[in-house]
Design a protein around this ligand. Structure first.
Ligand SMILES: Nc1ncnc2c1ncn2[C@@H]1O[C@H](COP(=O)(O)OP(=O)(O)OP(=O)(O)O)[C@@H](O)[C@H]1O
Ligand SMILES: [Mg+2]
Length: 407
């Protein structure tokens, strides 16, 4: 592994390293704003000078902790001084044993229940269950024990914000980082980064704000821009299906050309409005008519639609696959596609256009600190998300988390 190339620290970064002497020390704010690097510098110092006892490092999962923290840490100290034994869930640094655990892994809480800790480091704090964080704090019982952690913002009702960052009287210090607090980012990269995040995620991840998921989910949807006369010919065709018999069944035919996706045609059957439910075999018949002579490379189906999957297979559609139903990451990717001019809808797809305008966040879920779309007018929205996220989600996720954009 190549060694870490040191760059510059901002005044805020230096200050946070110096002043993180509270029991709880939290770096929060925009992506790529140097929270991790500053907190690692402080953590290394603590490992060297902190009180004797057991130390713990935790991320949402062990895998993300390795990618986000352990890998850069190893680059910084060199692989001779750092050893990570995945099987044991332990790392060794400067002669100290450090336990490694994922907060969202099953039985995570049980793993740390019996520990007595002198220090802990946490990554992606808002993605942890609150119970794990509470348990961790109760384990930090060695006198002088400290916690260091980083996070991106979430809802203002999120437990970390409401119960810790905003609470008076705790032995807690926090630093709010913005993109400008990282002097090492190339302006061209910052420009590209800003385009990757849209709507809610722009506010949270670029502006670094703890804001509600409220109002329109796709507030970047613009009929003048996105609703067009789509070209009919494409390099690749695909289909996504959101399945329902009692409410709405919808198919979308998507064309891909270059890095752009076009919804060229939609089928939208609302059983309630029509006053009649159709059977799976009737839908399979409609599907054949819908496709005409187009042969889609992939058919992404609502993963809960097992009966219809069997029906489509029986009709010879062997390219049927379960869609990836990761709701928030899916919505986020669709928002990015809209924002970067990579997703367009044909004018004929009126149901999709209507849903784009009326798809909103659920205010009740938000009060509990959860980001969730309201379960109404969401059929074409789910279908688009299935298509874009299943087809492009994984490589995209890798690309955005890759270490890049450095001067
Ligand atoms: N002092 C520094 N010297 C060299 N590179 C740095 C320095 N500070 C930050 N960087 C680099 O800038 C990029 C972003 O920094 P970092 O990962 O610490 O940001 P972050 O705020 O933790 O972002 P995220 O919220 O995305 O996790 C990284 O590639 C990191 O290596
Ligand atoms: Mg980070």
């Amino acid at each position: 592994m190549a060694s870490f190339k040191w760059g510059l620290f901002s005044p805020k970064g230096l200050q946070s390293i110096d002043e993180s002497t509270a029991r709880l020390n939290i770096w929060e704010g925009a992506v790529r704003s140097s929270k991790t690097i500053c907190s690692i510098v402080r953590w290394l110092e603590y490992i060297k000078d902190g009180p004797p006892g057991d130390y713990l490092m935790t991320g949402k999962t062990e895998r993300t902790l390795k990618r986000n923290i352990l890998d850069p840490l190893e680059q910084i100290v060199g692989n001779k001084r750092f050893r990570y034994n995945r099987g044991m869930g332990e790392a060794y640094l400067a002669g100290r044993r450090i336990y490694v655990a994922g907060a969202a892994d099953e039985r995570a809480e049980g793993k740390i229940r019996g520990m007595t800790l002198a220090g802990a480091y946490g990554d992606e704090l808002t993605l942890w269950p609150e119970s794990f964080f509470k348990m961790l704090l109760s384990r930090l019982s060695v006198p002088g024990a400290k916690f260091f952690g980083t996070t991106n913002p979430d809802s203002p009702y999120h437990w970390l914000q409401a119960e810790y960052l905003k609470k008076e009287g705790l032995d807690l210090r926090s630093w709010h980082f913005m993109l400008e607090d990282n002097p090492n980012l190339d302006p061209v990269y910052v420009g590209a980064l800003k385009k990757e995040y849209a709507g809610l995620w722009y506010k949270r991840f670029i502006l670094g704000l703890w804001v509600l998921a409220e109002g329109a989910i796709y507030d970047m949807w613009d009929e003048d821009v996105h609703l067009i006369e789509c070209p009919a010919k494409h390099q690749e065709y695909g289909v996504a299906i959101d399945y329902a018999t009692a409410t709405v069944m919808t198919f979308g035919l998507y064309g891909i050309t270059g890095n752009k996706v076009y919804l060229i045609r939609e089928y939208y059957y609302d059983a309630k409005k029509k006053g009649r439910q159709k059977t799976d075999s009737e839908f399979a018949g409609d599907f054949k008519v819908f496709l005409g002579d187009i042969v889609p490379r992939n058919i992404y189906l609502d993963p809960s639609a097992t009966s219809f999957k069997a029906e489509l297979r029986k009709a010879g559609y062997n390219q049927v696959k379960d869609a990836d139903n990761d709701v928030l990451n899916g919505i986020r990717l669709v928002a990015t596609f809209l924002n970067t001019g990579r997703f367009f809808v044909d004018r004929s797809c009126q149901e999709t256009a209507k849903e784009f305008a009326s798809y909103v966040w659920d205010p009740k879920a938000q009060e509990r600190g959860e980001d969730k779309p309201l379960k109404q007018n969401d059929h074409a929205m789910d279908r688009n998300r299935y298509f874009i996220f299943t087809r492009f989600g994984k490589p995209q996720a890798r690309a955005t988390t890759a270490r890049r954009g450095m001067r």
